[in-house]
Design a protein around this ligand. Structure first.
Ligand code: AMP
Length: 469
């Protein structure tokens, strides 16, 4: 699809006041957005700069409202600068477009008054009116936003931008809540996936500084959209790929936070079941980061009546008993425990320290079941004996003696390192202070829990053969 087509707004041709000549103006190709006139005296405006203002003032106004366009009564209510449009870069990602109402008598977006000095997100097909809600001036189109793929229920609340990442059950995009400008990671989970409501169900019961916070979710016919706290630093997987391997001190800062998150989960009888670097999110693109555990799509609450017996997770991080269980499940239905997370944690630690996974290549399943891995790789990088010891305790085949997360956190490698703990404390404080007030998250968990109850088809553990490679 060419640029011009993308820029064409979703309005009936008879509603639009633009002529075909205006639409095919070749100047548009560098524009990041466009204002289509809703008043016959105004013209198409291609948006190329980052800041624009509109009003009746003659100087310093990019889009001027004159008496040729409006009645005297309306003109008397138009402010010198009535509204501004700004494009700002957020983090390392997309630009986001804002409209600010600077008027005395009101700027309206899709018929709703923005309010003096309030700033709302401006997104595709939003209609701007001034003085009264029916006095339309422009329809805005954003060249980059492919919001058209989102259901209306989502579009009404969020301006949806680029893809942050893709998981097994759907994609995650950067999104801004239109009225608050709060930034989120919007995760789409397709309805056909049997775990559709598992993640919001589990996340709504959790509150921990090292677990990604869920604000809410939107239930639509084809998918649910989960609004998650946005972590701008990418994933541990990307960090390892970029730096090849991490220093022991850096690995410890990251894994200490992960261990605290998993200990919290296990204390609540929840197994994550898909611990891997791609599910560990960072606040900065650096090992000196706040770390949050994400992707609870395969997590499971263990109660007296439910046990873990599903063959699921990501192959290289799977514990040996998960494979054994797969073979035996039809015969005697042997259950495994949340110690599968301890094993995956050991694999991640090995990978951070060496830049390689301990179990790879052909016959990986056999290697995992036998627990065959190469410690000499770690010695090569001068990994301390105490770090090698914690790996041994984690990559232990017998899960009865494998360390749980209480023991992991009490291991000398973590417990004796007070400097590391202080650094983590400082990072957490710094990250929390760096969030703009509008980006701080309110607790909405009670409402979310109620909503889940109302939603039909609460996820059952029916995914009998779910595996990620
Ligand atoms: P998931 O489906 O939860 O595994 O997410 C897939 C990918 O989306 C992850 O590997 C990240 O790259 C990205 N992602 C997920 N959640 C977030 C978030 N809260 N903030 C930033 N990126 C995220």
């Amino acid at each position: 699809m060419g640029d011009l087509e993308v820029l064409t707004p979703l309005i009936n041709s008879q509603d639009s006041l633009c002529s075909q000549d205006q639409i095919s103006n070749p100047e548009t190709t560098n524009a990041w957005g466009r204002l289509y006139p809703e008043n016959e005296c105004l013209k198409i405006e291609d948006l190329v700069k980052d800041n624009y203002n509109a009003g009746r003032q003659t100087n310093d106004v990019d889009f001027q409202f004159t008496k040729q366009c409006f009645s005297l009564k309306v003109m008397n209510h138009i402010s010198k600068i009535h509204f501004t449009i700004n494009r700002e870069k957020i983090g390392t990602l997309d630009h986001v477009v804002f409209i600010t109402d600077t008027s005395a008598n009101g700027t309206f977006l899709n018929g709703e008054k923005i309010g003096k000095d309030n700033r709302w997100i401006l997104s595709n097909n939003d209609k701007i009116s001034i003085v009264s809600k029916t006095n339309y001036v422009y329809t805005f189109t954003d060249k980059r936003s492919d919001y058209l793929n989102c259901p209306q229920k989502v579009r009404e609340q969020f301006a949806v931008y680029g893809v942050l990442g893709r998981g097994t059950f759907g994609e995650v995009r950067l999104a801004f809540e239109k009225k608050t400008s709060k930034c989120f990671a919007l995760k789409k989970v397709n309805r056909e996936s049997c775990i559709v409501l598992r993640e919001p169900d589990i996340l709504s019961s959790l509150s921990h500084p090292n677990i990604v916070n869920m604000e809410n979710f939107i239930d639509t016919t084809d998918a649910i959209y989960i609004t998650l706290e946005y972590m701008p630093g990418g994933t541990l997987k990307q960090l390892i790929e970029n730096t090849k391997r991490l220093k022991e001190s850096e690995s410890k800062i990251i894994l200490y936070q992960v261990a605290r998150a998993v200990q919290y989960l296990h204390n609540r009888s929840i197994a994550h079941r898909d611990l891997k670097p791609g599910n560990i999110l960072l606040s900065y693109k650096s090992p000196l980061s706040v770390v949050k555990l994400a992707d609870f799509g395969l997590s499971k609450k263990i109660t007296e009546n439910t046990h873990l017996k599903t063959f699921c997770g990501s192959l290289a991080y799977l514990a040996p008993e998960v494979f054994s269980n797969r073979k035996l499940v039809t015969q005697s239905c042997i259950n495994y425990t949340n110690k599968v997370d301890s094993w995956s944690f050991g694999v991640i630690l090995y990978e951070c320290l060496s830049g390689h996974k301990p179990f790879v290549g052909d016959h990986i399943e056999e290697k995992i079941i036998k627990g065959v891995y190469n410690l000499s790789k770690l010695k090569l990088f001068n990994t301390s004996n105490v770090a090698q010891d914690i790996i041994k305790q984690l990559l232990t085949i017998d899960y009865n003696i494998r360390f749980d997360f209480d023991k992991i956190l009490k291991h000398t490698w973590f417990e004796k390192d007070l400097l590391m703990k202080e650094k983590v404390g400082n990072l957490m404080a710094e990250f929390s202070n760096s969030l703009m007030p509008s980006h701080k998250y309110s607790s909405n968990k009670e409402n979310v829990a109620k909503k889940i109850k109302f939603c039909s088809c609460l996820a059952q553990d029916t995914c009998s053969e779910s595996i990620r490679t």
